[in-house]
Design a protein around this ligand. Structure first.
Ligand SMILES: [Zn+2]
Length: 342
């Protein structure tokens, strides 16, 4: 299997992060890339640099005012006297149907869901290359490869069409799904990250052509709190095309695999022509977020079960934070995925 990654993706180095209001080091560190690259290589993948795919595939998912904001907000922020070194919002609209704010501070609140997605000088470029890794993986699968892996960092699944959040700026999984839709009538996105893929859900919520399924720690007491509940099923033409499978905190391999079996049944019934796996590794028992208790061999079983769908598959990296087993967990997933059944 080919893997895609560009060095520019490592330059984004967010500093600010609040945990229950307390300043902490930001967990989405560039070093994650080294661990994930090692994990991909251990599974036998070859790493290739993606091409510059321009804004087209990204603009198919995100609004023009949001992309303009992401590209220019850091320079604008620098002109505010006494502003923070990174762009961080301090006010948000309660409803978003009013006029569009003109100021940098107003737009930061409009386009950033939380304080976990600080924007620095390198953020836009890193996010572009991360998305282009996803585009290239999707194009590789469209050209006939059974699967491809995109080492997307920064991650993407908390980014909505016009809102960043939770370390995410461009929704790489959604971008990959839209690329696949050029050839596939129906595409499924299966999100196995610890956290609900709220941005991905939001982007496709009213659409019947992209099924979104997410397994995650129950948001009743976990980020992202306002999304990821079982009663969110889609809307309009998309009603019934979103499935959330919240799991109790600290659920281990058995509960995760049981939820996954439900997810795979729904995906089979949708009969997609291609699959995007939003691969978070933070459901791991030793991940610093500590939400679920999946083991390293558990990731191999998850990969194997997903491969059993027999679909052309783009695997897009989402979360998974620094711990000794981060690379091993990627190796386990990819190795299990390679042991395709039937
Ligand atoms: Zn996560």
């Amino acid at each position: 299997m080919k893997a895609f990654y560009a060095e520019e993706q490592k330059r984004h180095d967010p500093k600010a992060f609040l945990s229950s209001g307390a300043p902490q080091p930001n967990p989405e560190k560039p070093e994650r890339v080294e661990r994930l690259l090692a994990g991909a290589r251990s599974a036998g993948l070859t790493i290739e640099r993606p091409k510059d795919h321009g804004l087209g595939p990204i603009a198919a998912v995100h609004t023009p005012e949001y992309l303009d904001f992401l590209e220019h907000i850091f320079a604008r922020w620098q002109r505010i006297e006494g502003a923070s070194p990174e762009v961080i919002p301090n006010i948000h609209p309660i409803v978003r149907d009013g006029s569009y704010p003109a100021s940098a501070v107003g737009q930061a609140g409009y386009h950033m869901a939380d304080t976990a997605c600080p924007i620095s000088a390198e953020t836009w470029n890193s996010a572009l290359w991360s998305a282009w890794s996803a585009v290239e993986a999707a194009e590789t699968v469209m050209a006939g490869a059974p699967s491809a892996y995109a080492l997307c960092r920064p991650p993407g699944h908390h980014a909505f069409a016009d809102v960043a959040g939770g370390f995410c700026f461009i929704n790489n999984s959604a971008v990959a799904a839209r690329v696949l839709r050029k050839n596939a009538a129906r595409v499924a996105i299966l999100d196995v990250d610890l956290h609900h893929g709220n941005g991905t859900q939001g982007i496709f919520y009213a659409r019947p052509d992209v099924l979104t399924v997410s397994l995650h720690a129950d948001p009743v007491r976990f980020y992202p709190f306002f999304w990821g509940h079982a009663d969110e099923r889609g809307e309009g033409a998309g009603l019934g095309y979103n499935l959330n499978l919240p799991l109790p905190r600290k659920s281990g391999d058995a509960a995760f695999l049981e939820g996954l079996a439900t997810a795979l049944r729904r995906i089979r019934a949708f009969a997609p022509e291609a699959l995007v796996v939003a691969l978070g590794l933070d459901a791991f028992e030793g991940d610093p977020f500590g939400g679920l208790s999946v083991t390293t061999p558990g990731f191999a079983r998850i990969g194997e079960a997903i491969a059993g769908l027999g679909l052309p598959t783009v695997i897009v990296q989402e979360g998974g934070y620094l711990c000794d087993a981060l690379g091993d967990n990627l190796t386990a997933f990819l190795t299990g995925f390679g042991r395709k059944k039937g």
